[in-house]
Design a protein around this ligand. Structure first.
Ligand code: C2E
Ligand code: MG
Ligand code: MG
Ligand code: MG
Length: 281
């Protein structure tokens, strides 16, 4: 009897495993099709200088507009793409896609500072990345001074020595680099000093409970002064409340990204947001 149920359990797992494998194959095929059919679009989230309310930048964030399932957020497919290597195609697509939109807004005379695009270390460490990157910006005639790449701290710190060389080459193109989700990736301070980056973005997890939580207050203050002492720019993500905003400004972190000012917006809504800010509303 026990043997039988053991066998059943085994068959159950075997069936589950097969189902999961099939789901992955399906998702892989769906994403390839989505790339071909241009189902991926960019939303843009404004970054604001809290001192004057001006837009200092826009972050491009991928969204999948699935013909049947509707809007799908990156957390539901980006990790999978990282796993399978599809992220190489996704990041390539998004860079061009985001720059093209930014160019349209520039032609309309809108002002919004820099555009930042998220990029996986799998991508920047892939062969010919620098050639691909410089080709993209050159062929679109995009001013590299207006482009920033956001790279996750945790990914950089997996092999910082490998990243340093590539980050230098990116900076040599005139493109800036920001460390995303800072505080979650166990940066070694000796590497942080050597990393050719321009900016640190404080992770949302530390912002959620400031100014109430004493530990988070201490951590955020430390990250801000670390940035200042290393000569790096600083920005906070995930700012939702006036209390969080006031705390950050008081501590000298003026660049703010979060629902307090705006959620990531589809193109037309973002355009309206930029226009209203440009008018000084
Ligand atoms: P991220 O780069 O750290 O982007 C910030 C995330 O926080 C975004 O989630 C944004 O919608 C969310 N967020 C911003 N402000 C607030 C706030 O005030 N409250 C809350 N609760 N959330 C806020 P999203 O758009 O779902 O993106 C998730 C992650 O997916 C991104 O995190 C980024 O790591 C990744 N990602 C997005 N687009 C791309 C891409 O084109 N390439 C790659 N490699 N990764 C991407
Ligand atoms: Mg980011
Ligand atoms: Mg982030
Ligand atoms: Mg994040």
């Amino acid at each position: 009897k026990a043997k039988d149920s053991g066998k059943n359990t085994y068959q159950f797992y075997e069936k589950k495993m097969t189902e999961m494998a099939l789901q992955k194959i399906q998702l892989d095929a769906d994403i390839r099709k989505a790339l071909k059919n241009r189902e991926f679009v960019s939303y843009f989230q404004p970054k604001i200088d809290a001192r004057n309310g001006k837009i200092v930048g826009l972050e491009a964030l991928i969204r999948w507009i699935h013909p049947q399932k509707g809007l799908i957020n990156p957390n539901d497919f980006i990790p999978f793409c990282e796993e399978t290597g599809l992220i190489l195609e996704i990041d390539k697509y998004m860079l061009t896609h985001a720059i093209k939109q930014i160019l349209k807004w520039q032609q309309k005379g809108l002002e919004f500072g820099k555009v930042s695009v998220n990029v996986s270390t799998k991508k920047i460490e892939s062969s010919n990345y620098i050639e691909e990157l410089s080709y993209t910006v050159e062929s679109l005639q995009f001013d590299t001074a207006l482009l920033e790449l956001e790279i996750l701290e945790g990914q950089i710190m997996k092999d910082p020595q490998k990243s340093i060389d590539i980050l230098n080459k990116i900076q040599n193109l005139g493109i800036s680099v920001s460390i995303d989700d800072f505080g979650t990736g166990y940066s070694s301070l000796s590497y942080l000093k050597k990393l050719p980056v321009n900016k640190i973005k404080i992770d949302r997890s530390f912002i959620i409970d400031v100014p109430k939580n004493k530990d988070d207050v201490a951590i955020v203050k430390t990250i801000i002064s670390l940035a200042k002492n290393l000569g790096l720019q600083i920005i906070a993500e995930g700012v939702e409340t006036k209390e969080q905003l006031d705390f950050l400004v008081q501590e000298g972190c003026y660049d703010i990204q979060g629902y307090y000012f705006s959620k990531p917006l589809p193109v037309d809504e973002c355009e309206a947001f930029i226009i209203s800010k440009n008018r000084g509303v």
